[in-house]
Design a binder for this molecule. Structure first.
Ligand SMILES: CC(C)=CCC/C(C)=C/COP(=O)(O)OP(=O)(O)O
Length: 371
């Protein structure tokens, strides 16, 4: 079992550095557009990032997990940090080479979330009202667009840190391809809502695009900045893709089986929401014909589910071995992530070893709920 303090330590190691870089690059990138008339436009983006409140006053908020940019920096270190830092030291200047990519990935992630909240009609994110509920849909779409552009501009700052034009262009291509793949995943996810014929494999393909692709991208970009060794980059990318799928499936499992105490919201919440996540798709494919008919009837009805119907769905999950299947699926992807990491060519630098160890802790943390 990975203790919450171990995972905290792993995730916060770079948090402050990333938070500072995010704010600095954001300010640097928008400074040319700091007309008073535009202050509220950039303020809306900063609200979404948690830096300002709804009155556009600074908040005391903590920077959050910043998981994706953390993956950029860990991959950069694991790959060798361009050979520039072979000692563990509190001086983090060696990270400067990778910070623009970390910031770009985080801004890209947030641009997709702004648009996702509009598309899903979600009214809350990170325990705060979503952007569109405060400033309306047109302004929020426009904030998301701006944040996407900022993410690309932030990335080009790598050129100020002795990264070659070739590597910078390759980084930009990886990020652009990823945004396209994420949008494909979002298309599939939205189209699945109207369909009754979604298989487990179609779902896995969808989450590989919508969720895992950006995590794989984060790791690949970090690795590419850290080394020229293509095999190391490939193995780290495999780790990122696998941990990305595992993270989503972990979320799916918690959405059904986490206790109210663990989740801070209703257990079986994803059943109440009729979310087409891995558990229900597995049960729809593998339950007995009678149970499949019941599931289809319950998930197809117009009215809200009653607690009795939710209990019935949970019983069908039990009969079908759905929880065991989801746990097995999670373990398998964690195993893929672990195998990829264990094949990363051995690095003698303590920095690289520590980053690989942190990545192992992330895998264990993801897998814990299945053990
Ligand atoms: C191109 C676009 C807009 C892509 C959105 C990508 C994305 C990761 C959405 C959040 O997924 P989710 O809806 O499953 O998660 P959450 O519950 O956080 O909204």
């Amino acid at each position: 079992m990975v203790s919450s303090s171990t995972i905290q330590t792993t995730l916060v190691r770079h948090q402050q550095t990333i938070d500072t870089a995010l704010r600095t690059l954001f300010q640097e990138t928008v400074s040319s557009a700091q007309l008073p008339a535009l202050a509220a436009y950039y303020g809306q983006m900063q609200y979404h990032l948690g830096w300002l409140d709804a009155d556009l006053k600074p908040t005391q908020s903590n920077p959050g997990k910043l998981l994706r940019p953390t993956l950029v920096l860990l991959a950069y270190e694991a790959a060798g940090a361009w050979g520039s830092a072979n000692e563990l030291s509190p001086d983090s200047t060696y990270l400067h080479r990778a910070l623009p990519a970390a910031v770009a990935v985080e801004l890209t992630h947030n641009f997709t979330l702004i648009h996702d909240d509009i598309e899903d009609g979600d009214i809350e994110r990170r325990h705060r009202p979503t952007l569109w509920t405060i400033w309306g849909v047109p302004q929020s779409i426009n904030s998301g667009d701006g944040m996407y552009a900022l993410s690309r501009l932030a990335l080009w700052k790598v050129l100020e840190h002795r990264v070659s034009g070739d590597i910078a262009a390759r980084l930009a291509t990886i990020l652009d391809r990823t945004v396209l793949v994420v949008a494909e995943g979002q298309y599939l996810d939205i189209s699945f809502e109207e369909r009754q014929d979604i298989s487990v494999s179609m779902y896995i393909d969808m989450i590989s695009r919508k969720t895992a692709a950006l995590m794989g991208c984060a790791v690949e970009m970090g690795a590419l900045l850290g080394t020229q060794d293509e095999e190391t980059i490939r193995l780290l990318r495999t780790f990122g893709d696998a941990i990305g799928v595992a993270f989503q499936v972990r979320d799916d499992i918690l959405g059904i089986w986490a206790t109210e105490a663990e989740l801070g919201k209703t257990s079986a919440g994803d059943v109440y929401r009729r979310k087409k996540s891995l558990p229900i798709l597995h049960a729809l494919e593998h339950a007995s014909p009678e149970d499949q008919r019941r599931l289809q009837a319950i998930y197809g009805q117009k009215s809200a589910l009653t607690p009795e119907q939710v209990a019935e769905v949970m019983t069908i999950f039990e009969h079908t071995g759905t929880q065991a299947y989801c746990h097995q699926f999670l373990r398998h992807h964690c195993q893929l992530a672990h195998e990829a990491l264990s094949r990363v060519p051995h690095h003698t630098s303590p920095l690289s070893r520590r980053a690989l160890n942190d990545m192992e802790i992330l895998i264990q943390f993801t897998e814990d709920i299945a053990s």
